[in-house]
Design a protein around this ligand. Structure first.
Ligand code: XUL
Ligand code: CO
Length: 440
């Protein structure tokens, strides 16, 4: 096997002053932050689809990047070449995990039996590589949106036959995830939504999605999958409306259908902004419900408004993200999957390296900043103080659900009028964040 990225080096930490484009400026894997090495806080993962498969095709033009890795695309030889390239890439960047869809790994065949045989073959090879390199699988998933059979959805399809096909893919993708030791299984509802309500039985579709998820839980647990299932919310694109609109909607759905013990949320930054939320909002909603599972680490472009899947560079965002994660006690089975692609004009192997260096440095900075914000204590102290009234006897009574309207109304009358609730001090707090962030 010849090196694919032969002209590219093993990327090392050189510090903030380095001008070496192939060095980390902030990601220092063994540096201890809040008692743990950076690499333990930040389980970075490579998304097989963007990194090993995507060539930059868009609706206006063909690909610009060559991802053939010396083989003919669409062949098993190419599937093997992608594994070789992927593992070399992860080794050179110090990325310890990967995520995959079934069809990222092998070309789909005419029959599901042959596709599954190919998947068995390639996962044998991946497993061999994992044993040699120590690389790990973060999560697996099935692509139930690309093939024309999923035009009307998978779990939400009007066709029972398509539903069966989706079930077969989920079953196989779970088998592979378990075989590769993955601790997560993702449902991104790519076409689980609608284009027009005039042809849609929304109730039936949502019940069927839940049924498919229940089958996945039953089957997964029966073959020893002890990790987390995830819903990855996204409001739109490719469909006009997707049922997993945002974290709050997905959590409501999981609770309604009794799936909340087995599922958590995989929060993707660019999906958050498509839903009209901040990334931090989606993380907070997931965390307060005990469902912060994993992260698809990317960012969108607010001026474009579609799912651009850019590599994260906005340190304000990564700081807010890491603050939420640290406050939630970290990610248990999850990690930071770069569901991100280089821009179409960035089509060289060098660009693939720059992209990961950018993403990993952005999250390292976010981690350092968030740790500093927590250690500084002014933000958390202010929030605690802001709600201190709920630590009084009456406050506790309200919180425990023991107070009555009658009792509180009597107290309000006694008071005459309440004091002002206290300044929210937003400007002051934002200036603290800037002060702490710019100390780097
Ligand atoms: C699509 C997306 C997917 C999921 C996995 O927007 O984010 O790549 O992460 O299916
Ligand atoms: Co994603």
């Amino acid at each position: 096997m010849s090196e694919i990225f032969a002209n590219l080096p093993y990327v090392k930490y050189e510090g903030p002053e380095s001008q070496n484009p192939f060095a980390f400026k902030f990601y220092d894997a063994d540096r201890i932050v809040l008692g743990k090495p950076m690499k333990e806080h930040l389980h970075f993962a490579m998304a097989w689809w963007h990194n090993m498969c995507a060539t930059g095709t868009d609706m206006f033009g063909v690909g610009t990047a060559d991802k053939s890795f010396g083989a003919v695309p669409g062949t098993m030889e190419h599937a093997y070449a992608k594994v070789d390239a992927g593992f070399e890439f992860m080794e050179k960047l110090g990325v310890d995990y990967f995520c995959f869809h079934d069809v990222d790994l092998v070309p789909e065949a005419e029959t599901i039996a042959e596709t599954n045989r190919r998947l068995d073959e390639i996962t044998d090879y991946i497993l061999e590589k994992m044993q040699k390199t120590g690389k790990k699988c973060l999560w697996g998933t099935a692509n139930m949106f690309g093939n024309p059979r999923f035009a009307n959805g998978a779990g939400s399809s009007n066709s029972v036959d398509v539903f069966c096909f989706a079930a077969a893919q989920v079953k196989k993708a779970l088998d592979m995830t378990v075989k590769l030791g993955g601790k997560g299984y993702v449902f991104w509802g790519g076409r689980e939504g609608y284009e027009t309500l005039w042809n849609t039985d929304m109730k039936l579709e949502q019940e069927n999605i839940a049924a498919l998820m229940h089958m996945a839980v039953d089957y997964g647990r029966s073959i020893g999958f002890d990790g987390d299932f995830y819903i990855e919310p996204k409001p739109k694109e490719p469909m006009k409306h997707q049922y997993d609109f945002d974290a709050a909607t997905a959590i409501g759905f999981l609770k309604q259908y009794g799936l909340d013990k087995d599922f958590k949320i995989n929060v993707e930054a660019n999906h958050a902004t498509l839903a009209g939320h901040t990334f931090q909002h989606e993380l907070r909603v997931s965390a307060i419900n005990g469902m912060l599972g994993s992260i698809d680490a990317n960012q969108g472009d607010l001026l474009l408004g579609w799912d651009t899947d850019e590599f994260p560079s906005n340190v304000y965002e990564t700081t807010a993200c890491m603050y939420e994660i640290l406050k939630a006690g970290g990610l248990k089975n999850g990690g930071f999957n770069f569901d991100a692609k280089t821009r179409r004009p960035s089509y060289t192997y060098d660009d693939m390296f720059y992209a990961f260096i950018l993403g990993m440095d952005s999250f390292a900075l976010g981690l350092l900043n968030a740790a500093r914000i927590i250690e500084d204590g002014r933000i958390d102290g202010f929030v605690a103080e802001r709600y201190a009234g709920y630590e009084t006897e009456l406050g506790r009574k309200i919180r425990s659900g023991k107070a009555t309207l009658t009792e509180l109304a009597a107290r309000a009358e006694e008071m005459g009028k309440p004091a002002m609730p206290g300044s929210g001090k937003q400007e002051y707090l934002h200036s603290i964040i800037n002060q702490l962030m710019l100390k780097n």
